[in-house]
Design a protein around this ligand. Structure first.
Ligand code: A3P
Length: 282
């Protein structure tokens, strides 16, 4: 696909703070227009690359152009199967694109052309959050225990794994002028500071009061209530919400002693030879 110079890409391993960062970037780039943000769900404003289309009007154009001869119902089904990246190619600039694919699976021109924000998180918190995500998406019919899920994660059997290699692919480019690398844990620690860093990267300048208002908008409590971001309340989600707990270090209450030591071995072996340092391991 063709990358555009005014694209902004958010790349993450799932459950690393993608949604949080997307809302932050979208607002910073759109003059903090909270009303416009409220008008459309985040997945339309900032679509995901490796899925099928969720953007009604663009999907509609494709139905008209490609599938009308199939009749409306079948046409819609086909459009729903239409890959998002094709829809994204048709989007007007500036585009905001979310992906969980690692850099090595993305267009080779990406970093030279567009702005990229990578968000990383302690893999132990990621696996807990990822487990609840699978429970939340009822159609996955996930019956695994957390223990089983952790086994699959550490053996790189889950989508988008292996996590440390995924993160390291971005980490090695952290000083590239088009790359902004951020840790979830640092956003938890000092959100206004991380907002200012993002603003600097995007060359947007806001007053202290504006940054304060933005961090309030982005607070866990506020995003949880925001239906355009956390659109997952209701029984179909097995009682789990997309914006779930919002903690750093919550993994400790999910890992027993054996799993804790497996996680330590996992991190030591995966980080061997790399200079990647997770703030939670410092
Ligand atoms: P938990 O399940 O640990 O709570 P992603 O958007 O990449 O799927 O990441 C989801 C994770 O980010 C979830 O983690 C979610 O609660 C957390 N998150 C979302 N908004 C947040 C916020 N405003 N503050 C802290 N954590 C947030």
């Amino acid at each position: 696909m063709k990358v555009r110079p005014d694209d902004i890409w958010v790349i993450t391993f799932p459950r690393s703070g993608t949604t949080w960062t997307q809302e932050l970037i979208w607002l910073v780039e759109n003059n903090l227009n909270y009303n416009a943000a409220r008008e459309r769900p985040l997945y339309e404003r900032f679509p995901m690359l490796e899925t099928t289309s969720q953007i009604p009007e663009i999907a509609y154009e494709f139905i008209k152009a490609n599938f009308m001869n199939l009749g409306s119902f079948q046409g819609l089904t086909e459009a729903a199967r239409y890959p998002s990246w094709k829809m994204i190619e048709e989007m007007p600039s500036p585009r905001f694109i979310k992906t969980h694919l690692p850099l090595s699976l993305l267009p080779p021109t990406l970093l030279e052309t567009a702005k990229v924000v990578y968000v990383a998180r302690d893999p132990r918190d990621v696996v807990v959050s990822y487990y609840y995500l699978h429970k939340m998406v009822s159609k996955h019919l996930m019956r695994a225990t957390f223990h089983d899920f952790w086994e699959a994660f550490r053996r790189d059997l889950l989508p988008w794994t292996p996590i440390v290699a995924h993160t390291n692919e971005a980490w090695v480019h952290r000083y590239h002028p088009n790359m902004h690398f951020v840790f979830y844990e640092d956003m938890i620690k000092d959100l206004p500071k991380e907002i200012r860093r993002v603003c600097k990267f995007l060359q947007r300048y806001y007053t202290d009061d504006q940054v304060k208002a933005l961090s309030e908008h982005l607070s866990f409590e506020s995003l949880r209530k925001n239906k355009n971001v956390n659109n997952t309340t209701g029984e179909e989600n097995n009682g789990v919400q997309f914006v779930r707990k919002g903690e750093a270090g919550g993994w400790k209450s999910h890992f027993d002693e054996v799993m804790t030591s497996q996680a330590e071995d996992f991190l030591i072996s995966r980080l061997k030879g790399l200079d990647l340092v997770y703030p939670s391991l410092e």
